[in-house]
Design a protein. Structure first.
Length: 107
């Protein structure tokens, strides 16, 4: 399967087996071959919800068997809660670079 750069598919699992996620799970499959699960809060519309709306995806999703979807590399889950999470600090660099003099040598 080939996709144009910067595109992807909004998909929903169908069928499945013992290793498949719940029937109807939503995913975004990117042009780089990564599948992102969509943690969707219900909004009363089949294939639609708050995360789908926030991502700008248009239902209905493309039905895809888990046996095919599982071949894509798993990525992180896309959710509103993760997107709204604020970070107020950064972890300090445990290995800072050594200072370099103007001549290019180490001090």
């Amino acid at each position: 399967m080939a996709l144009a750069a910067g595109t992807g598919y909004f998909t929903q699992t169908v069928g499945g087996g013992p290793d498949a996620p719940g029937a109807g799970s939503l995913f975004w499959v990117s042009d780089t071959g990564v599948r992102y699960g969509i943690d969707n809060e219900p909004q009363g519309v089949a294939g639609g919800g708050k995360a789908v709306e926030a991502l700008g995806l248009n239902p209905p999703p493309v039905p895809i068997p888990w046996s095919v979807l599982s071949l894509f590399v798993p990525g992180p889950t896309l959710s509103r809660a993760d997107a709204l999470l604020a970070h107020d600090t950064l972890v300090p660099d445990s290995r800072p670079a050594r200072p370099v003099s103007a001549e290019g040598g180490y001090r």
